[in-house]
Design a protein around this ligand. Structure first.
Ligand code: 8ID
Ligand code: ZN
Length: 352
């Protein structure tokens, strides 16, 4: 039976967060192209914190129901054209809907569709027990993958998997990962290893040092105690010329100040972390040209990227270091996240 009321984490403005009762969209009320998803688990991404606090040029609708790493089950569906049906395990991603007709959608670049709808920003997200989701961007979750493990793959996993593809780094090469101890970073280390890359984990503190080592990082650099980051990163690579790629997963701007300098000639810096409005990447024009360096932005991934990222996790190559907490902990998760105290990912059990 589908209840009339549910719990949702609602932010009326940039300083409020309340877990309160709101109505459940009933099956008869579902708009065409929508499914009602009972969200069992949802990851908490640093993006949710940026959004709720209003730190970006992109402004959320208010009140905001954030959340975009939702793993759940379809309990009702109003879409006769879809293969999906009641009972299917599906994931709710950052991209909630796209037009499916523009140049970007047609080429598998649906995240940059100009009509894309976004979970938690322009449509309500996974921080609610029953989410009325667009069917077009729901991702099937493989049977063999635990639902709590699937949740973080839906944003953190697909994002770093795509970023590694966009880096063009190949097996045997080196990739630096600032933010390696966080949600995205801890997954980037594992997808990179799966792709045959050597990784340089950059973050801070013993907990993250131990975690990144356990996840297979080839080297560790603490950004708070290292005076010359450029020299330290270059020194790790066998010929001292620096890594072939850097996947910047830090939510703070500092990580963007050195990457274009420590990257190897011909190398690629992939911008992923989304610090507050006004952050910049610094690059010396002369050396960027003469050493043919590249800077690329990488924004989540396509539907196919999501399917691939989940499959790789289901095959056991990637396991997010998660801690499962009850829905009511969300505010405390944000506080710890803001202080950089979280290693890996927190996943909320919305029915606990
Ligand atoms: O599509 C995208 N591009 C996308 C998708 C999902 C998330 C972008 N993001 C963005 C988020 O909005 C956020 O800005 O990626 C960033 C990281 O998200 P996250 O992994 O969910 O954040 P986290 O779990 O808090 O981990 C961040 C880590 O960065 C470290 C912290 O210690 C933490 O372990 N860190 C910080 I703060 N400053 C650093 C620095 N200067 C740093 N690591 C290296 N250098
Ligand atoms: Zn995210």
């Amino acid at each position: 039976p589908i209840p009339k009321k549910q719990l949702a984490a609602v932010s009326d403005d940039s300083s409020s967060l309340e877990i309160r009762e709101i109505p459940v969209v009933q099956p008869a009320e579902l708009e065409p192209g929508r499914a009602l998803v009972k969200v069992l688990y949802t990851g908490v991404c640093h993006t949710d914190l940026h959004v709720v606090r209003d730190e970006w040029p992109l402004k959320p609708q208010r009140p905001t129901i954030a959340g975009h790493e939702g793993a759940g089950v379809i309990v009702a569906i109003n879409d006769p054209t879809s293969n999906l049906k009641v009972g299917d395990r599906v994931g709710i991603k950052w991209i909630a809907d796209s037009c499916n007709q523009c140049e970007f959608c047609l080429s598998g670049n649906d995240p940059i569709c100009q009509k894309a709808k976004i979970s938690g920003l322009t449509t309500s997200g996974s921080f609610q027990q029953y989410c009325p989701a667009y069917v077009s961007q729901l991702t099937p979750i493989p049977e063999s993958l635990d639902m709590s493990q699937a949740a973080p793959i839906l944003c953190a996993g697909v994002t770093v998997y795509k970023a590694l593809k966009n880096s063009a780094a190949r097996a045997g090469q080196w990739v630096a990962i600032p933010g390696a101890g966080g949600g995205l970073g801890s997954l980037a280390l594992q997808y990179a290893k799966y792709m045959g890359l050597n990784t340089i984990a950059i973050d801070t503190g013993d907990a993250k040092k131990d975690l990144t080592k356990k996840l297979g990082a080839s080297a560790w650099i603490d950004f708070t105690t290292t005076e010359d980051m450029v020299a330290a990163v270059k020194k790790v690579t066998p010929d001292g010329l620096g890594p072939h790629a850097a996947i910047i997963t830090s939510p703070k701007p500092e990580a963007y100040l050195t990457a274009m300098s420590y990257i190897r000639p011909g190398g690629t810096v992939v911008a992923v972390g989304l610090p507050k409005e006004g952050a910049v990447v610094t690059a010396d024009v002369f050396w960027t040209v003469v050493q043919s360096k590249r800077l690329v932005g990488s924004y989540v991934g396509s539907r196919l990227d999501a399917i691939e990222a989940l499959r790789i996790a289901a095959e056991g190559h990637v396991k997010t270091p998660i801690s499962i907490e009850p829905f009511a902990s969300l505010e405390s998760v944000y506080t710890r996240m803001d202080k950089g105290q979280l290693s890996g990912r927190v996943v909320l059990d919305l029915f606990k």
